[in-house]
Design a binder for this molecule. Structure first.
Ligand SMILES: *Cc1c(COP(=O)(O)O)cnc(C)c1O
Length: 791
């Protein structure tokens, strides 16, 4: 589109919608009209793509979370009109960078939700017919502020200024029935714009509304209070995202959310099918595949069978066989506390017909197990309904045609441990699909400077559609002039990050520091605690002159803790205490800085990752399913300082262990020492470790919770105990921090020394970028399409 035409359209819409001249428009108003102009430009393409979607075999991605981030920049780049829009806005006196104030769409917690977003982007780009179904939460993941070192949570009212990227499709509404209430699920569609293709996918998010709101007569006849109550209860279902990452939420409302969006989605996809084929279901399996992103949407399985049998005259046998062909299940964790179970009473109370279907599925399972000669005493391990609970992962594994893990090590652990009994009887179900990230957002959008250099080196920008092309640049690793340019880009991104952090956190960093970054949800298994303690160790050793010739390092953290996760919140407070101590010590603050950035989200990640030198990926071996943050850093030229866990293993396989810093116990070592592990012995025999751990309770830090007599029984004391004493629910140092502590320190010191040779360090980074091709979610989604969906 011509810049002039764009200018006219933007001006017209501003006047039409807000009665304003361009110079008077707010950032949000400007953003809204730009979104309108883009949407109107792609409407025909989108409608066409929608029609084509149903003609051939297609797949649906059911996910309780989509962590989309900000849409505007990505969409402009994918359509290929970023520069035109930028120029048009310039002409009317508006800097496109002001859109950085637009809210993220944060309808997810972390990696699982971001993966769903990357998958939709990749499927659209690769012309794979995949649409997403989820929940349109009124409030996304809470906004985090750090006040006095503590996390505080604020509501994320992300649609306060409108939601111009979505279209309300009221005519496609469906009703969802619980035993005690009925609601209307109203879909909002968001275009997923492929890059370098005409194709546009759809993310359909359901919003819960009251039935009577659309029935004026009834609404009028109701008691007013009754009507309001019904409206509130209905809207409550999609009111907010549960802020738990990798733990089970187990609340009635959460179950309602899951049933709400899966029921609406199944009704919707059947409606689309029936519009074409009526009640002839012979092509249903041939045309449809459904991917369940973790266990949150697993209730879709019995709901599908219920709808087929009670509303479509299909026998249970037939519906059951269809379900076994249509559904597939992706597991995201090996941790027991995240495997979802629901109380029988709850499922039966709110969705009795669904419960009856689950009971029938369970019966068939037991019959099949007997046929497979599974021993009687082993059958309990498989049962979907047992100990008063419905086991969602078991139902998904039994019915799912394919079951996959998200990195090689994770898929192996599923087979030998988490889902071992299932692998024993159904080995052919099991697959691996190593996660990926989209290079449109995680390179083109967040690092245009590096994209420009890579474009010159590759010869064109084809790597934005085929990331394996980056392999061709590896031959420049020994070309000093290329490496120098690469270094300059990293420095530029660090300078931009310094400005951003100063503006948002009030702390100024310096460019010559190593930027060592750990950003991810706060969780014990991810071991931000180990990082914090290790920084304290380095600080003490610097103070006494034990570490000499230390390359100045800024340790940067970003993380949200689930609001009910006390220990995670204590770790945030601790990091901020360490930050205060270290940053204000004139003896060391020319070499050591610690920053905890507030409200880590997709947009903040897009600032932090291009400016990183070091990517911290330090989970206890065998606990991180894959990680995707690690891939974003690799692509943008940071070395991985990490354990042999999740996709780190595949990252160093691609880019070379010599170009990264892998340390610590491997999964086998952890398994071997598990029973006899004694962290207290390590503590008592290592003066450095002892000093660091003692400072949790010797008055070095204030956790803000000491009582008046000064006896310490607050949250840092609890952290101390978690390492040395354990509690009723876990052993001391459950995540083997002390086991890995010294090897972590040594890896850090080696890295710190290596960094002094600027060229050779940059060469390692460059080789990481060049070998990131495998981690494009384009590769991942093509594997799903080929091996699971058979598209
Ligand atoms: C990529 C991403 C994650 C996942 O990070 P991991 O390090 O893999 O846990 C979480 N949150 C946001 C905002 C992300 O962009």
């Amino acid at each position: 589109m011509q810049v002039n035409t764009l200018v006219d359209k933007i001006k017209n819409n501003l006047m039409r919608d807000y009665g304003k001249e361009a110079k008077d428009a707010s950032i949000h108003e400007m953003h809204n009209v730009v979104a309108q102009v883009v949407i109107s430009q792609i409407t025909d393409r989108w409608n066409e793509a929608n029609k084509n979607f149903y003609k051939n075999r297609h797949a649906y991605y059911l996910s309780a979370e989509f962590l989309m981030g900000r849409a505007v920049q990505n969409n402009l780049i994918c359509i290929g009109i970023f520069d035109e829009v930028k120029d048009a806005l310039n002409e009317i006196g508006f800097d496109i960078n002001q859109f950085e104030e637009i809210e993220d769409m944060a309808l997810g917690n972390g990696g699982l939700g971001r993966l769903a977003a990357c998958f939709l982007d990749s499927a659209a780009t690769c012309d794979i017919p995949l649409n997403g179904y989820g929940i349109r939460y009124k409030f996304g993941l809470f906004k985090q502020a750090i006040e006095d070192g503590f996390q505080k949570e604020y509501a994320d009212n992300w649609t306060a200024f409108g939601d111009e990227w979505s279209l309300r499709r009221f005519e496609d509404s469906v009703k969802v029935k619980f035993d005690d209430m009925e609601v209307v699920a109203v879909p909002y569609d968001m275009p997923i714009i492929g890059y370098g293709t005409e194709n546009i996918g759809t993310l359909r998010l359901w919003q819960s509304e009251a039935v009577n709101e659309f029935n004026f007569e009834l609404f009028n006849n109701c008691e007013y209070d009754e009507a309001i109550k019904e409206k509130t209860e209905a809207e409550n279902i999609s009111a907010g995202l549960y802020p738990n990452d990798n733990t089970e939420a187990g609340k009635v409302l959460r179950y309602r959310q899951q049933y709400f969006f899966t029921s609406a989605s199944i009704q919707d996809l059947l409606k689309k099918y029936k519009a074409e084929y009526g009640n002839d279901f012979s092509k249903l399996v041939e045309l449809n595949s459904i991917q369940l992103n973790d266990t949150h949407p697993v209730v879709a399985i019995p709901e599908f069978i219920r709808i087929m049998t009670t509303e479509n005259n299909v026998s249970f046998d037939e519906a059951f066989i269809m379900a076994k062909e249509v559904f597939n299940y992706t597991n995201h964790t090996v941790m027991a506390e995240a495997l979802e179970k629901w109380n029988i009473e709850l499922v039966e109370k709110y969705t009795p017909e669904v419960f009856a279907v689950i009971e029938e599925i369970n019966k068939r399972l037991i019959k099949e197990l007997k046929k497979l000669k599974v021993k009687k005493k082993d059958i309990a391990k498989y049962e979907i309904i047992s100990d008063g609970q419905v086991h969602m992962a078991r139902m998904a594994t039994y019915i799912g045609k394919y079951v996959n893990g998200v990195a090689e090590i994770h898929s192996e652990i599923l087979k030998k441990d988490t889902l071992k009994e299932w692998y024993d009887i159904y080995p052919d179900k099991f697959q691996n699909k190593t996660n990926g990230i989209t290079q449109r957002r995680w390179l083109a959008c967040c690092n245009p400077e590096l994209t420009e250099l890579l474009t010159r080196l590759v010869g064109d920008d084809s790597f934005l559609k085929d990331l394996d092309k980056l392999k061709n640049i590896e031959r420049y690793a020994d070309d000093d002039s290329v490496i120098k340019e690469y270094i300059e880009i990293k420095k530029k991104k660090k300078r931009q990050l310094i400005e951003y952090i100063e503006k948002h956190e009030g702390i100024r960093l310096e460019e010559h520091f190593i930027f060592d970054i750990q950003i991810k949800r706060l969780h014990e298994y991810k071991r931000q605690f180990m990082n914090a303690l290790s920084i304290l160790d380095i600080y003490y050793r610097l103070k006494v002159g034990e570490i000499k010739d230390f390359t100045p390092t800024a340790f940067i953290f970003g993380a949200k803790a689930a609001p009910g996760y006390a220990r995670a919140k204590a770790i945030i407070k601790l990091i901020n205490e360490i930050s205060n101590l270290v940053n204000n010590d004139p003896e060391t603050n020319d070499r050591l800085k610690v920053v905890f950035v507030q409200n880590y989200n997709v947009s903040y990640a897009e600032k932090l990752i291009p400016g990183a030198n070091v990517s911290e990926q330090i989970s206890t071996a065998g606990t991180e399913a894959s990680g995707t943050g690690n891939m974003k850093f690799m692509l943008n030229g940071a070395v991985t300082l990490g354990t042999y866990d999740g996709a780190n293993i595949e990252i160093v396989r691609e880019a070379g262990e010599e170009n990264n810093y892998i340390f610590g116990a491997r999964e086998e070592e952890i398994l071997a020492i598990k029973e006899s592990y004694d962290p207290k012995e390590i503590y008592e025999n290592d003066e450095h470790i002892k000093k660091v751990i003692d400072s949790l309770v010797d008055g070095t830090f204030d956790d803000g919770m000491e009582d008046e007599e000064g006896t310490i029984e607050g949250s840092f004391f609890e952290l101390y105990n978690s390492l040395l004493e354990g509690t009723s629910w876990h052993k001391p140092d459950h995540y083997f921090i002390l086991q890995d502590f010294n090897r972590y320190f040594e890896a850090r010191m080696k890295l710190n020394k290596d960094f002094k040779d600027e060229m050779s360090f940059a060469r390692k980074c460059f080789i990481n970028t060049a070998n990131a091709g495998f981690f494009s979610s384009d590769r991942t989604i093509r594997e799903y399409a080929k091996d699971i969906w058979k598209i």
